[in-house]
Design a protein around this ligand. Structure first.
Ligand code: SF4
Length: 471
């Protein structure tokens, strides 16, 4: 009987079964950042321990970094302390750090793939929930908490419960104006935010096979929002083409040998899955969240639900928080802020698609709009293409790389109960820095459409207005 990629990677990295029933897994790559590491390094110091594999540990700064005015020390004392602490820890423990001012700095889940650190068949851990992003390469990538960061630093191993595998096959051509973000929001809406508990999600089908690596990363990134511990796509030629020549990828003949091995870790054609789900791409439309978790979403032509049934209370609470009336159309809801960025949708292809919508338009009066590239590399590439000028001409702020308004741990925060059209991944209450701020998740193209109309809008209508071939 064949094996899934998850089973193969698991077996290859298994150290032993622990008395708890968990597996002790060797971690091939540990990515660290400023927010979830200070206490972990403190714990190592208290015990006089060293980092087990500094050669397999890489750091960057993303969560708290300002996206403009980056002079040190930062005005925010806590942010300055966090970044100074990571700098000291990286120095003391011999870990490479891509800091402010380094061309390799950026959101941890954007720079790992860019640098070729993320590779098929690897086990990867990082103290951020959206580490599942790296699964796009056929890696098994876990978001971990601070105590697990300590464990991985000290032992390069992670204790983790075995997982079942659900294959989610998406078949067919995505309609115009429907993106990878709409695919994953639809999956979470259909299967529920807890639907993936205990599972790894394997994304398959010709829709996924046709996707670029950027798009696959968007899909895998939000696996965790559907409750799945990890999400992955089997590596293929698209993966290898993306990886070739990246600084940390194998070079020359080693790359050819690596490709052979990477192909071998893909799920076998006769692998058996614990569950299978099929989704038809042709049925999908642009999706917007209306509530306070990523599963509370509807198609752009839809109406927000009326409380009823088992989830009556949660629907009523969410509608109340969002200031929506039961049965109201989501299209036309006024937005105050438009945010394009994050590890879900802050890559070059995201910015290109949003710029395509924005070109020739102006941000609506009263809307604050910002574009925050996911990394310095994305920023530079976008600037070479003139995308920064497109956004600036339209009235957007063009910022430096970081997490920014994904979670508002930096100066980019919502104020009061502002409504934000966001290309990020979480719409929890208070997620974007204001305890009463309201987040509507959608694709970057949909955020661009909301920015220029001032309301939640169907991007397909704007695409229809674009001159053919203009990108
Ligand atoms: S962009 Fe958001 S989800 Fe991604 S690493 Fe930063 S804070 Fe985490």
């Amino acid at each position: 009987m064949g094996k899934t990629l998850l089973q193969k990677v698991w077996d290859l990295h298994k150290v032993r079964t622990l008395p708890t029933g968990q597996t002790q897994l060797f971690i091939g790559l540990h990515l660290i950042h400023e927010v979830t590491t200070p206490q972990a390094f403190d714990a190592l110091r208290e015990r006089g321990w060293r980092v087990a594999r500094p050669d397999r540990t890489f750091g960057t700064v993303d969560h708290i970094v300002p996206t403009r005015q980056r002079q040190r020390p930062f005005l925010d004392v806590m942010a300055e302390d966090m970044i100074a602490s990571l700098e000291r820890n990286a120095r003391d423990f011999g870990i490479p750090l891509y800091d402010i001012g380094d061309d390799r700095q950026g959101i941890v889940h954007v720079i790992g793939p860019e640098l070729g650190l993320t590779q098929p068949g690897m086990t990867i851990a990082c103290g951020d929930s959206h580490t599942s992003t790296h699964g796009a390469f056929g890696a098994v990538a876990f978001g971990i908490g601070t105590s697990q960061v300590r464990d991985v630093l000290a032992s390069q191993c992670l204790a983790i419960e075995p997982l079942k595998v659900r294959r989610i096959r998406i078949a067919g051509q995505l309609p115009n104006g429907v993106y990878a973000k709409d695919v994953i929001l639809t999956i979470i809406q259909r299967l529920g935010v807890g639907g993936g508990n205990g599972y790894a999600y394997e994304y398959a089908g010709d829709t996924i096979e046709r996707m670029s690596m950027d798009e696959r990363m968007t899909v895998c990134n939000m696996s965790i929002e559907g409750g799945a511990r990890v999400g992955y796509v089997n590596p293929d030629e698209t993966t290898f083409t993306y990886m070739e020549g990246r600084p940390f990828a194998p070079q020359g003949e080693a790359f050819a040998r690596a490709k052979t091995w990477w192909r071998s870790i893909a799920s076998d054609s006769d692998a058996v899955y614990d569950d299978e789900v099929e989704i038809r791409a042709a049925e999908l439309t642009p999706v917007v969240t209306w509530g306070v978790n990523p599963g509370q979403s509807i198609g752009i032509e839809g109406k927000v639900p009326t409380p009823g049934g088992a989830d009556q209370q949660s629907v009523a609470d969410a509608l109340g928080y969002m200031g929506l009336t039961a049965g109201q159309a989501i299209a036309g809801m006024k937005v105050d802020v438009a945010f394009i960025g994050s590890c879900t949708n802050g890559r070059l292809s995201d910015l290109r698609e949003a710029a395509r919508i924005v070109r020739g338009h102006r941000v609506a009066n009263g809307v604050k709009a910002l574009v925050v590239p996911g990394s310095v590399a994305v920023q530079r590439a976008a600037e070479r293409e003139g995308l920064d000028a497109t956004f600036r001409d339209a009235g957007f702020d063009w910022r430096d790389a970081g997490c920014s308004m994904c979670l508002g741990m930096n100066p980019d925060k919502l104020e009061g109960n502002q409504v934000c059209a966001a290309s990020s991944n979480r719409n929890f209450k208070g997620r974007q820095g204001s305890p009463t701020g309201r987040t509507l998740l959608m694709s970057p193209a949909m955020v661009a459409a909301a920015a220029i109309t001032g309301v939640v809008s169907d991007v397909r209508e704007l695409l229809a207005e674009s001159p053919a071939g203009v990108r």
